[in-house]
Write a protein that binds this ligand. Sequence first.
Ligand code: CP
Length: 306
Amino acid sequence: MSELRHLINITDLSVDEIDHLISIADDIIDNPEAYQEICRHKKLATLFFEPSTRTRLSFTAAMMELGGNVLGFDQAASSSTAKGESVSDTIVMASCYADIIAMRHPKEGAPFVAARHAGVPVINAGDGGHFHPTQTLTDLMTIHRKKGDLGNLTIGLCGDLKFGRTVHSLIEAMIRYKGIRFVMISPVELDLPSYVQEKLNAEGVEWKVVRNLEEAIPELDVLYMTRVQKERFFNEEDYIRLKDSFILRRRMLDSAKDDMIVMHPLPRVNEISVDVDDDPRAAYFYQALMGKYIRMALILFLLGIR
Ligand code: CP
């Protein structure tokens, strides 16, 4: 019997496996009819203890487009968690009803605990301020489709680099490719956590901090904007003071490379002005679409179907 695989952190996948997932997703885009019955009679449980639009709906759409079914809940309050059930018991239950589980939880490490108790593959759909590996796969798929290569890029990460789990996972993934440089653009209070900075230094990755977004833009191949994570702040005053630190406006793209892409995991609040949406460099809605295809590939991979 093959070993049960989970996706808790993006580093659970080798670079070769990520390349393989991307090639399956490319094939799904080119040949959707070949996949439309491939998960017939398979069930995905979406256990979302925290709000979500894209991740939950794209997982749901992914399983539906593979011909499978979806069950689950979209808030802890509508599950027996509200009556005091533990994560581990919830996961044992979900393993009885589904073939694969996608789980979002506000507590860092909860999906790791879930994976230890699950009888089926567990996918971390975001745990607190920690990791969001399927967003990272979405980001890699987007960069692959738009830039053609996952190496030799200067990537600007802008906004909440402290609490932004998508940023932490993206860094973990990108440092495994050649020729990656990072430009960190954040207020001092929202700098990258020291453990991520230490990792960058230990891996010998070139990175720098710039406090002015306009100053950073001309050298970037990818600008990855993020929202200030209101739900992670202990103090509302600090959130209000920091939330609009960086707002990307259309005129700021005048100094950008013609083929730079603007990414954002979404949801956005204020950090990208809507006048950027029509610019050909705006890739964030395309990115959300890519999330469905790469999650289709991931479901197939973890179920051992391809
Ligand atoms: N990018 C992302 O995780 O969005 P949701 O919170 O809407 O799932």
